[in-house]
Write a protein that binds this ligand. Sequence first.
Ligand SMILES: Cc1cc2nc3c(=O)[nH]c(=O)nc-3n(C[C@H](O)[C@H](O)[C@H](O)COP(=O)(O)OP(=O)(O)OC[C@H]3O[C@@H](n4cnc5c(N)ncnc54)[C@H](O)[C@@H]3O)c2cc1C
Length: 392
Amino acid sequence: MEMNGTEFSVIGAGIGGLAAAVALSRKGANVTVFEQANALIEVGAGLQISPNGVAVLQALGLKDKAAALANIPEAIVLRDYKGAKVTRLLLNENAAENPYWQFHRADLLAVLSNAAQKAGVKFRFDHKVTNVLQNGAGVSIEFARQESVLADCVIGADGLRSTTRSAFFQGHSAEFTGQVAWRGLVQADKVPNGLFANETQIFMGKGRHFVTYPLRGGSVINFVAVEERKDWADEGWNIPDTSENLRRAFSGWCDPVEQLLGQVDHTFLWGLFDHPALDCWSIGQVALLGDSCHPMLPFLAQGATMGLEDAWVLADALEKSSDIATGLRQYENRRKARTTRVQKAAKRNAWGYHLRMPGFRGLAHAILRHSSSDKLMAKYDWLYKHDVTKAQ
Ligand SMILES: Cc1cc2nc3c(=O)[nH]c(=O)nc-3n(C[C@H](O)[C@H](O)[C@H](O)COP(=O)(O)OP(=O)(O)OC[C@H]3O[C@@H](n4cnc5c(N)ncnc54)[C@H](O)[C@@H]3O)c2cc1C
């Protein structure tokens, strides 16, 4: 279809929405991003972007800019909660392949938003969307500030609690998965030198796990700490929590975990929620993208990466189709099986990290210990080696 002059509205300026805005505007579309916040603000946290996501950054012409801000880890090391190494999976060994990167979220957001601005994308902050309606030949978006706009096509990239999803797709509400995650950053000079190498470390214990990796040239250490819980009463999904609560949950774990947690001043707690799968992601000229249509547990570090993949396929499918509705259906057809597979794989990882019975956990760790890094990594070839910018 002719992208030039077509008016696209993207709701949400997260990784998925910004990547979609860049990809669509590069095809000639007029794109406006509507964001409820009054600026691009980001709670300090890290983000791992695996080679399949880097492939999209490359196709969007952003690889060099992103590379300057990325941390390049050597390996993912799995350990038990006492610190004993279970296995070490080598990353970034083959220079010919796309790398595995880690970012401060704010850095990746800045790369995408600068690219969007350069490509002519218009930003409307402080625009909380309250409704999305089919309106004759176009789609109408209503805002909390009592305004509305009309677009040819609307992309709902408004995250886990998507208004587009509930307004237009009658989606089900999210369900608590029985897991919460604390996230935060610690300045590396606060922990003993050499405590953390340039690796992702995953410490696994009964009903809990702890992930850490360095960012920004090793000056900052990112952590994610996950605990299984029965109830989640709070309405907020990223609420401040006390560092004492976090330390209590991981007390008795190995020195690196306890020493790092000893330096945490403030932290945020996420309830991890799941949505039943949607029957369809697109109706007419409206489609969902990223967490709004396929939220996933963070245990495969793929949520934002899938948003990048969605964005590239969305723009490609639209360009190759005769009209918007056909293009959005093609986008959905090309994405659904893969994102569903990733959602399921992420859920399985949670189970594997949190094994409760010591005997069973010991056996599982022994199997991992005796498998080679190549063999274990090859299990993820379907994920990391898939390049949506080359596949049709
Ligand atoms: C603990 C944890 C660790 C993670 N680690 C990784 C990782 O290492 N790698 C990875 O790939 N993924 C990771 N993820 C997942 C990743 O953070 C998400 O999948 C990703 O940020 C989703 O991007 P998005 O653009 O779809 O939505 P979001 O980032 O949620 O962005 C949605 C945007 O829409 C805006 N918005 C919402 N409602 C409205 C409205 N009504 N009107 C206007 N604007 C609105 C919001 O303000 C927000 O800016 C992790 C998640 C968690 C919880």
